[in-house]
Design a protein around this ligand. Structure first.
Ligand SMILES: Cc1cc2nc3c(=O)[nH]c(=O)nc-3n(C[C@H](O)[C@H](O)[C@H](O)COP(=O)(O)OP(=O)(O)OC[C@H]3O[C@@H](n4cnc5c(N)ncnc54)[C@H](O)[C@@H]3O)c2cc1C
Length: 400
């Protein structure tokens, strides 16, 4: 099978979806390749359930969308479907609760409306080759090998997949002990009661008691609970050390161990809470995610690299293509996040050079594998910002 396209987007997470829509709307014959069966990436398959980075960071003002276009369109669709009229104010930030199943269905609806867009799910991007007039993209789709050709490719796999085939100088990755920790998120239905701050603290104390008495594994420490947008459903998130200095997100054995450890912890916590907490008495077994949540792997090295200092100083660029507004949320261990806020409650710019490398014309990258340092990634990896950079990558590809 051999097919020609104008723009191929590899990876259908927040960034890939946000790239595919403007690409197709701009008239480009667009192919969106996704390994899983649902679009939405971590926001669907890993059950990440809040959109961060969608709003202006000044919470002394009424909430306002930060990046127009697709991020706002997806945010508004989610608000409508979950019947939220405004985002939640959590401390110093606005966030929008999102439901992973609804995100998948919003993505389906938005894509289905685009006649220039072809989606391939269950399809693994397996190769990339630079040609005289563009790119050759190899895909294995349900056992069938395909070759696709296009003028532009946008890598939104989150893993800098294309860079790892092209050149060691085109990508970078933090050392294992610094990589933002993976986490396991699952959904718990039929949790009754009111879940305020006091409830959460008491629940945390109960879990610590369970760990001390060896009824729960150490990995249950720091399990965090958040109400879904639907009654009696909660999400439970457990950050996992994953071997800390030994963690390698590209090692399939370590990934399998991570998934198993997440499931094991989730089931132990569920059993323990069912027995020891009245609000969980009727809770059926947790709904597992398709995959554990991966916060950080490899990033591209582009013409420009956004730094944590750029963000902290609210730096703006003449060639900026999107705005970042989420604080740097560093999660280098499983003991919770360390936040570094921007100096002013104002956004910072993301320059165009973070989405391309001039040595590889027609290749763009967006989402959590854009060109940023480890500190900046702690901010720009959130879904609202990934949507904004995905959209911008498509706009750049359209003007090529
Ligand atoms: C536990 C956890 C909690 C988080 N909390 C929040 C939060 O509260 N709010 C927030 O906004 N963000 C949060 N984030 C961050 C956010 O979810 C991710 O950084 C964001 O989803 C990245 O979007 P992306 O599109 O760049 O990548 P991803 O969402 O990772 O999507 C990449 C897509 O590419 C596909 N893919 C990869 N390789 C291939 C291949 N070879 N072939 C085909 N397809 C491929 C994947 O299947 C996936 O669908 C969290 C992340 C984690 C892990």
């Amino acid at each position: 099978m051999r097919q020609e396209w104008d723009i191929i987007i590899a990876g259908g997470g927040s960034a890939g979806l946000a790239a595919a829509l403007p690409s197709a709307r701009g008239g480009a014959r667009t192919l969106l390749i996704e390994r899983q069966t649902k679009l939405g990436g971590m926001g669907t398959n890993a059950l990440v359930h809040t959109f961060c980075g969608l709003f202006h960071p000044d919470t002394s003002l009424p909430w306002a969308w930060l990046n127009p276009g697709i991020p706002q369109e997806i945010g508004e669709a989610m608000m409508k479907q979950t019947q939220q009229t405004e985002p939640d104010l959590m401390g110093r930030v606005y966030v929008l609760r999102q439901h992973p199943s609804l995100f998948a269905s919003i993505a389906d609806d938005l894509c289905a409306a685009e006649t220039q867009l072809t989606r391939q799910s269950g399809s693994e991007w397996t190769g990339l080759r630079q040609m005289a007039n563009g790119w050759q993209v190899e895909v294995i789709s349900r056992g069938v090998t395909q070759s696709h050709f296009s003028k532009s490719v946008i890598d939104t796999t989150g893993d800098a997949t294309g860079a790892r085939w092209l050149s060691p100088s085109l990508w970078t990755m933090a050392p294992p002990e610094k990589l933002y920790r993976p986490a396991y998120v699952c959904a718990l239905p039929k949790v009754t009661g009111e879940h305020g701050e006091g409830w959460r603290l008491a629940l945390g104390a109960l879990i610590v008691k369970g760990i001390r008495s060896k009824a729960l594994p150490e990995t249950a420490m720091g399990a965090a609970f958040r109400d879904s947008t639907f009654a009696e459903e909660m999400f439970m998130t457990m950050d996992l050390e994953a071997g800390q200095g030994q963690w390698d997100p590209f090692d399939p054995t370590k990934r399998a161990d991570l998934e198993a450890s997440g499931r094991l912890t989730a089931i132990s916590v569920w059993r323990y809470l069912r027995e020891h907490h009245a609000d969980f008495h009727n809770c059926p077994p947790p709904q597992f995610p398709v995959q554990a949540g991966i916060r950080e792997t490899a990033r591209y090295v582009g013409d420009e690299t956004l730094t944590g200092e750029d963000l902290a100083a609210n730096r703006r660029f003449e060639n900026e293509i999107a705005l970042a507004g989420w604080p740097m949320e560093k999660r280098e261990n499983a003991r919770g996040p360390k936040f570094r806020y921007f100096d002013q409650p104002q956004p910072a710019g993301i320059p165009a050079g973070c989405l391309k490398n001039s040595q590889y014309p027609g290749l763009f990258f967006a989402g959590r594998c854009l060109s940023a340092d480890h500190d900046a990634l702690a901010s720009v990896r959130v879904m609202g910002t990934c949507m904004a950079t995905g959209q911008a990558a498509a706009q750049m590809a359209l003007t090529l």
